[in-house]
Design a protein around this ligand. Structure first.
Ligand code: WQD
Length: 344
């Protein structure tokens, strides 16, 4: 009997890639998503890759009655991977209450129902944004948590505290918190990838849409930072590599491989790359010359951050394997597929 995993936000970018990896590892998947930042056609892409249609429930996790109904109709869920959240740094500054309500109540609703449904573990999608501007790089899990630079980042910090407090109150559950660096790229099949609604906030979809002529020009937010070429530095991690870490994490909890009730892991490549360097990689793999300009800094941006991923490598037995060239090539292949299908 295969174990059953609830994936919240499962039609989203990282969620959909994780559903594929879970199915290919033999798990049964139930997706919950409110489709506020994704569409249900993503499920067709998942089916094209795995041949297995996951169960899908369109509800908002903030609606406790709707969540209770889903859990009562889908008995036997063994674990949860919780992606569903609002995630745009800039938008969170404009709409803080939306972010606090959505990102905090969604989690507390899930946690509250886990014990009565005998759900043993929850993997939480966190972010390197909890570290703020690191004092030094690479940054490991022992680095201090600094005051958040946005309501989005604050919700991630508070979410982690909620999990810790609930587990340490004696709740019969475990949690693994995964702090992502910058997820980019797309599934090599070209069937699923990052498809932000409206104007992309994140760098890579803006690059590929500019390469496709959908966007006129990329603005590089600042080249006067204290970095070799003046642009910000990030740890860009392939989304499939990232998704594989979630399968390892859920297995670790369900198979009781650790005595710890809450574990935290940085998920990154350990390599820092600048915005301008990433643009060069895109131009190399796509053969396109990217139209960009240097623009003023974006409020709230971290200057430089990249992961010390030894703990995930040594304890989880997970490593980011894909090269940045192959990752950017997968993002471009996805953009070409979207045009082929007249999606954008
Ligand atoms: C990366 C770099 C920008 C757009 C955020 C969240 C993180 C995660 C990923 C959810 C920065 C520069 C960007 C553009 C640019 N969120 N940039 N022009 O801000 O590092 O991380 O998104 O999972 O938790 O904090 O990602 O892609 O927005 O920016 O120059 O049009 O690219 O200034 O230096 P970020 P990003």
């Amino acid at each position: 009997m295969s174990k059953k995993i609830l994936v919240t936000g499962g039609t989203g970018y990282i969620g959909s890639h994780t559903v594929v990896e879970l199915q290919q590892a033999g798990y049964e998947v139930v997706i919950i998503d409110n489709l506020s930042n994704s569409n249900a056609e993503v499920i067709d892409g998942i089916v094209k890759i795995t041949g297995i249609r996951p169960t899908f429930e369109k509800i908002d996790l903030v609606d406790m009655d709707a969540l209770k109904d889903v859990l009562n109709r889908h008995k036997g869920i063994d674990g949860i991977i919780h992606f569903a959240a609002s995630k745009a740094v800039g938008e969170s500054v404009q709409k803080p209450l939306l972010y606090y309500k959505n990102n905090l109540v969604s989690l507390t609703n899930l946690l509250e129902l886990m014990p009565e449904h005998n759900i043993k573990g929850i993997v939480f999608s966190s972010s390197c944004t909890v570290y703020g501007e690191p004092d030094q790089n690479p940054i490991d899990e022992s680095a201090p948590i600094k005051p958040a630079t946005s309501p989005y980042g604050n919700t991630k910090q508070i979410n982690e505290e909620i999990i810790n407090d609930f587990v340490h109150s004696g709740a019969p559950i475990k949690s693994i918190i995964l702090r992502y660096f910058n997820p980019i790229g797309a599934h090599p099949s070209g069937e699923i990838g990052e498809l932000p609604l409206g104007v992309p906030q994140n760098l890579v979809p803006f690059i590929t849409q500019t390469g496709m002529g959908i966007r006129e020009q990329l603005s590089v937010f600042g080249d006067d930072y204290d970095t070799p070429d003046g642009s910000c530095i990030r740890d860009f991690i392939n989304v499939v590599d990232l998704s594989k870490a979630h399968v390892i994490a859920i297995e670790r909890m369900l198979e009781n491989k650790s005595d710890e009730k809450v574990e935290i892991f940085n998920l990154g490549t350990g390599i820092g790359l600048s915005v301008l360097e990433l643009i060069s990689v895109f131009e190399k793999v796509s053969g396109k010359s990217l139209n960009y300009k240097i623009a003023p800094r974006r409020e709230g941006d971290i200057e430089k951050i990249w992961a010390q991923a030894d703990k995930a490598n040594n304890v989880l037995g997970w490593k980011a394997n894909e090269t940045i060239d192959d990752t950017m090539a997968s993002a471009w292949k996805w953009q070409l597929k979207l045009r082929e299908k007249n999606i954008i």
